[in-house]
Design a protein. Structure first.
Lengths: 195, 436
């Protein structure tokens, strides 16, 4: 939907001659050096979280995750991900989005479980990002999911099982529908800013 | 120094608009406001005093100044030391790596935000990257994956563009309750600069987009390896890869040596310390585009990929924490901007929105850029509620919070606040946040 909307907007703008990019002719020179995908493998850490594309080999269990969590995560995130010295809870919140106190946690918010892997692999622990092995990240993913009641106590996460976890907020997102206001340029006898 | 102190004292005692919390240090701004007030005959005091006392020769006329240093990076006057970027102090974080600091908009002259005052938002602190060791990779759904050194990139014919940048979270503390005092706190996740670099489309064209390429991942070389998915249409339109900012290389906190710049869109998509561009056919749905940077919507939903920073404006003088000296002429000024185009008009109100008058726009008025507006207001000394309302080139009119509340769910940590922002003026001239 987004791309249809963009395409339509682009067609409209292009026909009006307003697209800056359209005026940007190529530079007439090429300065990039060819590389192979193998050359960039160490940098290629992204996971397409909707289907798990990019998840590496390896696996980890809930029990293993609990052990790693106690060593690497608990100081900031608290016991059983209940919230710690620096960050709030990473458990609970399912159902809270229908109240005026939305509790955003991986369990309540992430539409796809591989987000856990992608984020922890690239950014955690904060003091030493990209230091966890793939097996450790799978184990921590299993542990956080288990604390949220989304996988069983004996679950083992790998590329296939992690992508298969059904997340409660899978259908919780809508595309950008703005402009979603229709304010008018009233100049006199207008409704005050605050009623 | 004694003389300068006297001048400061005189300025303090005279009746000029002053940020209350900054006291006499704002004397330069105050003297500008005073000239208007005196000319309008609205303010007694200094005009009479100045005539009663002959002006002395400034001390600076009677001595040699500082000599030129052999090499130096020039710094602002010591009398401007109060003009600083301030870490968020309304919504306080418990650590300062994934945190933000805010631009002192009330002190900004013209439309360009100086690099040392440009707001910051990082997810894992500011890295120090050696440009000689920095490499940008373009790969994924391309015909030929490529890498670029900084030297490679800076060989291209560059272009320089003026654009604003605003964090999607700008204003999130002040939707329905008064939390902030100053415009730095309410609107300071905003800046405007001249950005120098090349179109992102050049690099994508050089690598050659494969059939079916629809989305592009931008990834940083910081400790969070921050990433966002960007639709290919925007990448091939006006998106840039930039290394220059206001005439110099990017500051470390703004992405040195290389960042993306996505005009008109929320700041976090302009990924800093850019190290990798990957082309794909679907968005990645990273944490930063699902659990963060999404908007709460009715029925428990969340709006995703809400990139554009819609048309918005705010009065920066007088603004929260300032004081108007007394009835008479008050020069209203502020900023308007739109991620969807140029500013067409700005209206101002002094009665809380019942009546509006068109303000004057100051040149230049540029696409996706801060635009200055001003209006000479004759304040009668009564309580007032002042605000601005911008209209952009698409015809979109800046809404009120009440308008926005009809279509979104304003609960919790809410992004994309472009609501009309009122300041109250008391009969004693004190200006305060009046969002609620």
């Amino acid at each position: 939907m987004l791309s249809r909307k963009w395409t339509a907007a682009l067609v409209a703008l292009t026909s009006a001659g307003l697209v800056a990019g359209a005026a940007w002719a190529g530079p007439g020179v090429k300065y990039g050096s060819p590389v192979s995908e193998a050359d960039v493998a160490a940098l290629d850490i992204d996971i397409r979280t909707s289907d798990g594309a990019g998840l590496p080999p390896g696996k980890g269990s809930v029990a293993e995750g609990a052990k790693i969590y106690a060593e690497q995560c608990v100081d900031c995130h608290g016991e059983k991900a209940g919230g710690g010295s620096v960050y709030g809870p990473m458990v609970g919140g399912v159902g809270s989005f229908l109240t005026d106190k939305r509790k955003v946690t991986p369990g309540s918010m992430y539409p796809y479980a591989p987000i856990l892997f992608d984020y922890m692999k690239r950014a955690m622990p904060m003091t030493a990002p990209q230091s966890l092995s793939d097996n450790e990240v799978y184990a921590l993913s299993a542990y956080i999911l288990n604390l949220n009641g989304l996988v069983k106590d004996d679950a083992v996460m790998d590329a296939k099982s992690l992508a298969a976890v059904e997340m409660p907020n899978k259908n919780g997102f809508v595309v950008d529908n703005r402009p979603d206001t229709k304010a008018e340029r009233c100049m006199s006898d207008c409704k005050p800013i605050k009623e | 120094m004694g003389r300068r102190k006297d001048e400061l004292e005189k300025s303090k005692s005279s009746s000029v608009i002053q940020p209350v919390e900054e006291g006499r240090r704002s004397f330069l701004k105050g003297s500008v406001m005073l000239a208007g007030a005196a000319a309008a005959g609205g303010s007694a005091g200094l005009a009479g005093a100045a005539q009663a006392e002959p002006l002395p020769i400034p001390e600076s006329n009677k001595s040699m100044g500082r000599e030129i240093e052999p090499t130096a990076y020039g710094m602002p006057s010591k009398y401007e030391a109060h003009v600083t970027r301030n870490r968020t102090d309304v919504f306080k974080n418990k650590q300062h790596w994934s945190d933000w600091s805010m631009t002192p908009l009330q002190h900004q002259k013209g439309i360009i935000t100086p690099n040392g005052l440009f707001y910051e938002r990082h997810h894992a602190g500011t890295p120090d990257i050696n440009p000689q060791q920095h490499t940008l990779v373009v790969h994924g759904m391309v015909k030929q994956p490529l890498k670029f050194s900084m030297d490679d990139l800076m060989r291209y014919p560059s272009m320089s563009k003026f654009y604003f940048m605003e964090c999607s979270g700008n204003g999130l503390t002040d939707w329905k309750a008064v939390k902030s005092t100053t415009v730095q706190q309410t609107h300071g996740l905003l800046g405007c600069a001249q950005w120098t670099g090349v179109p992102l489309s050049w690099l994508l064209d050089e690598a050659g987009l494969a059939d079916g390429a629809k989305w592009v991942l931008l990834e940083g070389a910081d400790g969070s390896a921050h990433l966002r998915s960007i639709p290919i249409e925007k990448c091939m339109d006006d998106a840039m890869i930039v290394w220059g900012m206001n005439g110099e290389m990017l500051r470390p906190e703004n992405g040195y040596p290389l960042r993306a710049f996505i005009p008109g869109w929320e700041g976090n998509v302009s990924v800093k310390w850019l190290r990798r561009i990957k082309v794909g056919d679907k968005p990645w749905n990273a944490r930063s585009e699902t659990a963060r940077y999404t908007d709460p919507m009715p029925e428990g939903k969340w709006r995703q990929f809400s990139f554009v920073m819609e048309c918005k404006s705010v009065i920066t003088s007088p603004s929260g924490g300032m004081k108007i000296p007394g009835p008479g002429r008050v020069e209203i000024e502020g900023f308007a901007w739109s991620g969807n185009g140029t500013i067409k008009a700005v209206d101002v109100t002094f009665d809380g929105g019942k009546t509006w008058r068109e303000a004057k726009l100051e040149d230049p008025v540029l696409d996706k850029c801060l635009t200055r507006f001003r209006y000479s207001w004759d304040w009668d000394g009564g309580p007032a509620k002042i605000a601005s309302r911008a209209v952009d080139s698409t015809g979109y009119v800046q809404p009120t919070v009440a308008d926005i509340d009809k279509s979104r769910a304003i609960v919790g940590f809410v992004q994309h606040h472009n609501g009309i922002f009122p300041w109250s003026v008391s009969s004693s001239g004190e200006v305060a946040n009046a969002i609620a």
